[in-house]
Ligand binder design. Structure first.
Ligand code: ADE
Length: 243
């Protein structure tokens, strides 16, 4: 999958070279084309923003550098997203949809925003990562890339990891422990050392249910609605937690 990322701050995308995403690039599963919008400014001072018509605070990103940068990366044939607090909230469903695309172009706004003509002419979808205002779209683009990339087959170490985890089964993840068994007087729950895989699975299921009921009653209610297929023992655990 290929991401074109248009930004005034290309250095903010250095993290894409690290960790799982960096490895996916090396494996050829992901490709990033980070474009400095300023490189497309025809102004002799590489100006990319100006005062808003009608007055008001701050600067607005100008259409010319944006249009030329978008044309140069072939945004006429890609799904185009403008990261913006006005947009559709990014969630699992949207990430799954995006993971099915071959190529996406992300436009990162800065200052007070982007000239509306760019959004309209390039048929940009607006996507927000939450109800708060960031200083620019770069961090939001990184979040969108990360959540989408991990759904692409081969990006995670184990194929099943993306499905196993919390929201994917509709529950929050149970607590995890590793070596040593005892650390600073703090012990790992006995059941995890028992070697009884059935007992361990039931304990984890119960922990997931308890956490979800306490922290995310909305997800817990949706889980009950879904009537998941359960073994007899799992059904008993669910009954107990549900109360
Ligand atoms: N730009 C500024 N705030 C944002 C947000 N919450 N989501 C996406 N892009 C943004």
């Amino acid at each position: 999958m290929r991401f074109n990322v248009l930004t005034l701050f290309p250095a903010m995308f250095a993290p894409l070279q690290e960790s799982m995403i960096g490895r996916a690039v090396e494996k050829g599963l992901l490709e990033f084309n980070i474009v400095d919008i300023r490189d497309y400014s025809r102004d002799k001072h590489t100006k990319a923003d100006d005062y808003p018509f009608g007055g008001g605070q701050g600067l607005v990103m100008m259409p010319q550098p944006a249009f030329d940068a978008l044309a140069a990366c072939g945004a006429g044939r890609t799904r185009n997203i403008y990261l913006s607090p006005r947009g559709r909230i990014l969630d699992r469903a949207l990430a799954e949809e995006l993971a099915g695309e071959e190529e996406i172009t992300l436009f990162c706004g800065h200052y007070e925003g982007l000239d509306q003509r760019v959004i309209d002419a390039w048929q940009m979808e607006e996507v927000s990562i939450g109800d708060y205002i960031l200083t620019g779209g770069e961090m939001a683009a990184l979040v969108l890339i990360d959540v989408t990339a991990r759904l692409i087959p081969g990006v995670l170490a184990s194929e099943s990891s993306a499905l196993d985890e919390s929201v994917y089964s509709g529950l929050l993840e149970y607590p995890q422990y590793t070596q040593p068994r005892s650390f600073a007087g703090l012990d790992v729950p006995e059941v995890l050392l028992s070697g009884n895989h059935k007992k361990i699975a039931l304990w984890r299921y119960e922990q997931s249910l308890l956490l979800t009921k306490e922290r995310r009653p909305d997800l817990f209610a949706a889980y009950l609605e879904r009537h998941p297929a359960l073994t007899k023992d799992e059904a008993l655990v669910l009954e107990k937690v549900r109360g």
